[in-house]
Design a protein around this ligand. Sequence first.
Ligand code: CIZ
Ligand code: SF4
Length: 319
Amino acid sequence: PSERDALRNRIKSLLKERDAVLVAHYYTDPEIQALAEETGGCVSDSLEMARFGRDHPASQLVVAGVKFMGETAKILSPEKRVMMPTLEATCSLDIGCPADEFAAFCDQHPDRTVVVYANTSAAVKARADWVVTSSIALDVVDYLDSQGEKILWAPDKHLGDYVARETGADVLLWDGACIVHEEFKAQGILDLKKVYPEAAVLVHPESPASVVALADVVGSTTQIINAARDLPNQQVIVATDQGIFYKLQQLVPHKELIIAPTAGNGATCRSCANCPWMAMNGLQNLVTVLEQGGNEIEVDPELGAKAMKPLTRMLDFAA
Ligand code: CIZ
Ligand code: SF4
């Protein structure tokens, strides 16, 4: 067997030995996603990762994704040991929303219901009334709007702006963005559509409004996957992290999958549309954390208890 096969086998037996389960995001390396599937773990979006980790009987969770996903797992399962292949994997949305500045912003707008995206630190979640992921953001804000509530939204301005446009709710935006989705270019998609006029355009709402405007379907990763499966189009242009192609290729192997351009001239590149933090999860650091422990996620119990409330509200709402 090759060196990589040996590594994969080692990880599989270590997961068993340690009573650990691998919980991976759609944006991680295909090798990681495959291992999660082969070992009874989960490959999904952040909402399902949270639910799976909470409900799984294993005493240890290995979260392959970015830091907020590990923190969410720990908040929901304080009794479990939560580890990550690397603690360096963060997110531009999390970085762009420091807890102290965010609390001051909330204090300035006490009349608003605070809704934060899952891509935030435990401390930011602890200050929120609601946590949402992109798969239920529209439904939650629509519900709050129907209750006459005004919203303070953080951190992703593109997603928040999209939610405001779709629901008509009064939404005050924090100024944050995802460095991956923000790079998609409307002109590049228009150029591609000349080559593939029959292609469906599937867009994650962390993308700019000009890109969202060209979409046949706007949705979370899970919603994009479902649309690629259900639409009749044989060609699909996808504006989200290209890690999602692993799952798409499994589900629709006969369809042509095209990554949306991050340049205006229709040029596509292999390294773009790939989150640098998600890409930090590899077989090598996964085996190391299983062998040696460490890289454990710690959340202050008091903070965790506060953050658990809006997180539980989200999971109950989604159920
Ligand atoms: O961009 C991300 O990090 C996403 C889409 C996370 C998620 O909700 O799965
Ligand atoms: Fe954050 Fe964007 Fe990476 Fe998702 S893809 S973890 S939102 S930087």
